[in-house]
Design a protein around this ligand. Structure first.
Ligand code: ADE
Length: 246
């Protein structure tokens, strides 16, 4: 997968993409991340990327020309076909594990990081093919949002993580939060690992984990539970467990 990121602060990416799973995926040649400075696509002495909002008001707005030129120049270098051109903006659709799964099979992605008061509307209307928000809060720019998207997508690209198993049990993969995890020691400061996990009975362990995942989701994120795929028996079991707790 090739990921092109257009931004105003390229240096922000150097450390996060030089660590852990993203670095390993780059080193193995599974992903190629290319960072572009939008300022390199300006022609004036001051390398101007923003201007006052038409109609007045506070702040500055990113100009369309450098962004259009950057995207077009990059598209010419890579394949001419349609690729997702994603604008990171608090106005976009909410980024979830499902969106990460949707983007993971793409061979190319282009991410545009906005800044200041916003981006000229023509970028959204005529250039971007998608708009993504990583949450209902406003960041100073799209760079951090792009890092979040890249991290979540890259770990889903086949071959990046050692074991596909750990992907299947991740929180949100099946619409549930992940079950509690323990490692050794078996007892720490008097707190013991649940005995079922030490029983060696894989059927019992799977059942316990499934129930813990469901219960945890019911307690912490009931909104997720409404959409999760659960059997009638499991739904009945949830209402019983929750009413017993009350
Ligand atoms: N840029 C500023 N805030 C953002 C957000 N919440 N998501 C994506 N891009 C952003």
């Amino acid at each position: 997968m090739r990921i092109d990121i257009l931004c105003l602060f390229p240096d922000m990416f150097s450390s996060p993409f030089e660590q852990s799973i993203v670095k390993r995926a780059k080193d193995r040649g599974i992903i190629n991340i290319v960072i572009h400075n939008i300022r390199d696509y300006t022609y004036d002495k001051h390398r101007t990327v923003d201007d006052y909002p038409c109609g007045g008001g506070p702040g500055m707005v990113l100009k369309p020309e450098p962004i259009f030129e950057a995207v077009e120049a990059i598209k010419e270098q890579i394949s001419p076909g349609e690729i997702p051109i994603i604008l990171l903006t608090p106005q976009g659709r909410l980024f979830t594990q499902q969106v990460a799964q949707e983007l993971a099979p793409c061979s190319q992605l282009m991410l545009i990081c906005g800044h200041y008061e916003g981006v000229d509307e023509r970028v959204r209307e005529y250039l971007a093919t998608d708009e993504i928000s990583i949450g209902d809060y406003v960041l100073s720019g799209g760079e951090l949002a792009a890092m979040v998207v890249v991290d979540a997508v890259v770990r889903l690209v086949p071959g990046v993580l050692g074991s596909q198993m750990s992907l299947n049990t991740d929180s949100h993969t099946d619409g549930l939060l992940e079950y509690p995890q323990y490692t050794r020691p078996k007892a720490y400061r008097g707190w013991s690992v649940p005995s079922v996990l030490l029983s060696g009975n894989h059927g019992e362990i799977s059942l316990w984990r499934r129930r813990e995942a469901i219960l945890r989701t019911a307690e912490r994120r009931p909104d997720l539970l409404r959409k999760a795929i659960l059997s009638t028996e499991e739904r009945k079991w949830i209402s019983e467990s929750l009413s017993n707790q009350r």
